[in-house]
Design a protein around this ligand. Sequence first.
Ligand code: 3EB
Length: 365
Amino acid sequence: MQLKAYPLYGPKLSVATFPERPGRWETNALGTFLFSADAADKKTSAPCAIPCMRVALQRLDGDGEICEVWHGSGQPTQGRRGDLHYCHDDEVLFGVIALRERTDASHTEQISSTGAGTGTGKTPLQQAAESAYRQIFSLLDTMGYPHPLRIWNYIADINGHSFGLERYRQFNMGRQDAFLAHERKVVGNVPAACALGSAHGPLTIAFLAGRTAPLKIENPRQTSAYLYPQQYGPRSPTFSRASLAQLGDDRILFISGTASVVGHATLHPGDVVAQTRETMTNIRAVLAETNRRISQSGFDLPDLHYRVYVRHPADLEQIRTELTHCVGGTPRAIYLQADVCRSDLLLEIEAAAVLTLTSAHGLRD
Ligand code: 3EB
């Protein structure tokens, strides 16, 4: 079995990325991500016993598929509930949901400017997002893993417009409605996440959740996304810039999708190198803020495992060169073609790292 790279190991939770699905990957595996141009259509030969998130995103730094496997630390138990497939050990739960949008023509009116759909006026994507998140929250509450550590959202045609509103903004409305319906906060204590555009396929969401709340981290250079003004849509996106989960002696940092946004504005439209540099400055700022909160200089750019979403495949080399320069060596990174949730953003980078505690450190507010 050839490991391409990038195992992120902690005793409690680890992830490894493979160019193809490896032979012996199932021990303690909680779930997998499969990315390839045709991943959403694939009926794999052996149906996955554990949750598998298949998203139609083309890998740019090699042929074939990328498979990422998340491992827990104990005997996993898997189950299904409604449209969800989940798997958990004693400490973490991984789940996947894929929901098609309704295709009937009964929802043709425009979204009103207040954001409340008129009449029946929830769009099919808004309904799918709300339903997916309601199912997720009800599973997490029932199973006793009420705290999302990280959520990944993939939306077909994310920048497309229908019903008078960009599809990403429709998604934001449905997502936020589900948070409100489950009496969850939509400001402040919200999950780390990303939202990317896939070539096609259903709304697909994967999530990791735990029994205790992770620390939520914001970026001092950026307006918190949950406070974005109305110009970015009737409802703000519900995510935090990073979360730091503690599992045993592991501290796992999940940095949300990060882009060339400062304050709330997109910087450097049309300039992919400057956007990459600005994105890395944002990631550096999130790391600094994380280290400040844990009172130690624990996390550094070379420790991170990066997933880089590239809008235009032709930009790959420029992005890779700039990322390598910022990290100061070849980063552990995978590159995927995806659309980003503002049409002027050319890339988005997410990252994760594990720090195993050697001594107790306090947390700061
Ligand atoms: C941004 O900074 C870029 O809607 O869940 C990044 C991470 C972005 C998560 C989400 C969106 C989301 O606004 C976009």
